[in-house]
Design a binder for this molecule. Structure first.
Ligand SMILES: [Zn+2]
Length: 102
């Protein structure tokens, strides 16, 4: 390993993004021709992840809040429905029990 290897590996991200200067590019290409180690490094090189677009954190938080609200609303709805049904059942049972008692 000589100093050029360090420089050339340091330049890898810029070289791959196509933003390296002409001089750097030339240095990299010349070095890759004579250095199999760096050639190997450049072959394996992948640009750092994290550049890809992600949903902003605030939007995610909004979504979570919305989901929580929906869940609460659904629970309320179910609660109302269940109490309505049970009230109806109780009323019907009371009606039939009274009718049969006669
Ligand atoms: Zn090298």
């Amino acid at each position: 390993m000589n100093w050029k290897c360090d420089v050339v590996t340091d330049l890898a991200p810029m070289y791959h993004d196509g933003v390296a200067s002409v001089a750097s590019r030339k240095l990299v290409e010349e070095h890759l021709r004579e250095c199999p180690e760096c050639r190997n490094y450049y072959k394996k090189y992948r640009p750092v992840e994290g550049i890809k677009m992600e949903t902003p954190v605030s939007a995610q938080a909004d979504f979570v809040k919305l989901a929580k609200q929906m869940r609460k609303r659904r629970l309320l709805l179910w609660g109302g429905f269940l109490s309505y049904v049970s009230a109806t059942v109780v009323a019907l049972v009371a009606y039939y029990v009274r009718k049969n008692d006669k």
